[in-house]
Design a protein around this ligand. Sequence first.
Ligand SMILES: Nc1ncnc2c1ncn2[C@@H]1O[C@H](COP(=O)(O)OP(=O)(O)OC[C@H]2O[C@@H]([n+]3cccc(C(=O)O)c3)[C@H](O)[C@@H]2O)[C@@H](O)[C@H]1O
Ligand SMILES: Nc1ncnc2c1ncn2[C@@H]1O[C@H](COP(=O)(O)OP(=O)(O)OP(=O)(O)O)[C@@H](O)[C@H]1O
Length: 271
Amino acid sequence: MNQLMEEHLRAFEARIEQEIDRRVAFIREQVTGTGGKGVVLGLSGGIDSAVTAALCAKALGPDAVVAMWMGAESSSVHHRDAKSVADAYGIRFLQVDFSQIVNQFHDVMLDSAEVLPSEIKIGADNPLVKGNLKPRFRKNAEYWMAALLGHRVANTCNWSETAVGYETKYGDAAGDFSVLGDLVKAEIRILAKHLDMPAPVITKAPSADLWEGHTDEDELGLTYEALDTYLITGEADAETKAKIDRLYALSAHKRNLMPLVSQPKYPGEGR
Ligand SMILES: Nc1ncnc2c1ncn2[C@@H]1O[C@H](COP(=O)(O)OP(=O)(O)OC[C@H]2O[C@@H]([n+]3cccc(C(=O)O)c3)[C@H](O)[C@@H]2O)[C@@H](O)[C@H]1O
Ligand SMILES: Nc1ncnc2c1ncn2[C@@H]1O[C@H](COP(=O)(O)OP(=O)(O)OP(=O)(O)O)[C@@H](O)[C@H]1O
């Protein structure tokens, strides 16, 4: 590993208790501080949602955290890992499978688009047209549950993903607050270790799972190690640097939602 990166991670680990305390305080501010009764989040069996859940449980108490497993694969390793995280921190665990509704929605939309000329359907072969429905439906479900319970929705994205736009706009990228959005994946692994995360959650390959065999590193064409190292130290080979810089520029629209023609002013504010 790059030496600067190694030093950065060592320093992060040395101040891990402060990093945890800071995030716990932030969660309280964002949830109880805004009148929320607790937190809702999607628990995928991956490390980001697991660490977010663990920190929310620490901040608010386990009963105030409602984790939702959303999917059909109730026998999959991801489901097993999600359940093991919920059990480890004693948080509430719900399961819902709306995959048939997602499929039906996709089919109804395809039918509605039948009347359009095929030459303008430039995304016809793009698996993300359907793939991005999953994260968007999941976020819908999280907001449904948050409204039912008077909870806030925790976002589970991290800076490695957000920097290159590796998240679905208004899907997994959405939320009321983000616990890990300023941290790279390598830092989150260190947090996980100090939060006594079940081991399989820490070691498995990150995967968005939007289709069979989908892994983050394959789709991005980048390793998290190279991405994290560049984001933290600015060091990368020329090809990697060009690739990340390009993805960063292309995904600016996800970090700067809904540009306005001009910023309207509210009476008494902003002057
Ligand atoms: N320049 C621009 N200015 C303003 N808006 C722009 C735009 N370019 C696209 N858009 C809009 O954004 C849309 C495309 O963005 P989006 O819908 O997000 O779709 P897109 O970026 O194409 O796909 C999402 C990516 O995130 C990955 N993902 C998703 C979910 C979870 C994870 C994970 O690992 O956690 C990863 C997924 O595998 C895929 O690579 C376009 O349809 C358009 O509406
Ligand atoms: N099957 C699922 N059930 C519940 N939530 C899910 C599921 N899959 C994804 N999510 C939610 O969407 C977020 C993005 O997940 P994804 O698996 O795509 O990648 P990730 O960024 O590696 O996150 P994680 O490390 O938590 O898996 C997750 O953090 C979680 O909140």
